[in-house]
Design a protein around this ligand. Structure first.
Ligand code: PLP
Length: 257
């Protein structure tokens, strides 16, 4: 059985975070494991409060998994604080997992911060170079590369900036542009457009979490990075097309359409 580990925050509403990641792993027939970094009290409308998990317990969870179980791929999501970023980076460095997918989650759709502002430099310096691929959206890429991204040409130049920051490869998600949601994959040498079509729905909660964990699941199954990205993009598009009208806010994507 292929396996994947998510290191991320819990969403009590079940649409994003750890819950979305484990559903995505299950939908790919990959055995899922989880290290919880923070607990959010959340539904489809809002994040009400956040409790960070003690760094020692985060380290213990990672060690407990790696000391006993085989881990074919790791997905990293919400990290919340600078010391959690450092704990995750230092503990993972000891185990050198085969594949690390880093979703540099910063702010929820409702505007709640999921990564403290003073954690951004630790994320850039300690964790981004460890990852095999990072999956920023445009607002996240603008903060991380300190440049405006207004069109597809700017997306290319942001990818090159990521390489200068020591990132191995990037899937820069284009969904925030007004054009079609075409994502740009850059492996440090070549650019590949992973094209998408816009699905008009308000029910898009957890899309970023689902996409990055689908990449991890496909890597765990032995696919190349490019194939994993393409398969994950196809999966998220259909999961959004079949998204669930649950709750009063942004309903979740449908992992088992
Ligand atoms: N809650 C948690 C725990 C998350 O990890 C994320 C995104 O990664 C979100 C919420 C944000 O989800 P959305 O962008 O759909 O609001």
């Amino acid at each position: 059985m292929k396996t994947a580990l998510t290191i991320a925050g819990s969403d009590s509403g079940g649409g994003a975070g750890i819950q979305a990641d484990l559903k995505t792993f299950a939908a790919h027939s990959v055995y899922g494991m989880s290290v919880i970094t923070a607990i959010t009290a959340q539904n489809t409308v809002e994040v009400r409060s956040v409790q960070n998990i003690d760094e020692q317990i985060i380290q213990d969870q990672i060690e407990a998994v790696f000391d006993d179980l085989k881990v074919d791929a790791v997905k990293i999501g919400m990290l919340s604080s600078p010391s959690i970023v450092t704990t995750v980076a230092e503990t993972l460095a000891k185990y050198q997992p085969n594949h690390i997918v880093l979703d540099p989650v910063m702010v929820s759709k409702g505007g709640h911060r999921l990564l403290a502002e003073d954690a951004i430099s630790a994320l850039k310096e300690e964790l981004m170079p460890l990852a095999d691929i990072i999956t920023p959206n445009i607002p996240e890429a603008e903060i991380l590369t300190e440049q405006k991204i207004l069109n597809e040409l700017d997306m290319k130049s942001a990818c090159i900036s990521f390489k200068k920051l020591g990132v191995k490869s990037v899937l820069l998600k284009g969904g925030h542009l007004s054009t079609d949601p075409n994502d740009l994959f850059y492996d440090g040498e070549n650019f590949y457009w992973v094209k998408g079509k816009r699905v008009h729905t308000k029910n898009t909660h957890g899309t970023g979490c689902t996409l990055s964990s689908a990449i991890a699941a496909n890597l765990a199954k032995g696919n190349t990075l490019l194939t994993s990205v393409q398969l994950a993009k196809a999966y998220i598009e259909v999961a959004i097309e079949h998204s669930l009208d649950l709750g009063n806010g942004h309903g979740p994507t449908n992992h088992f359409y």
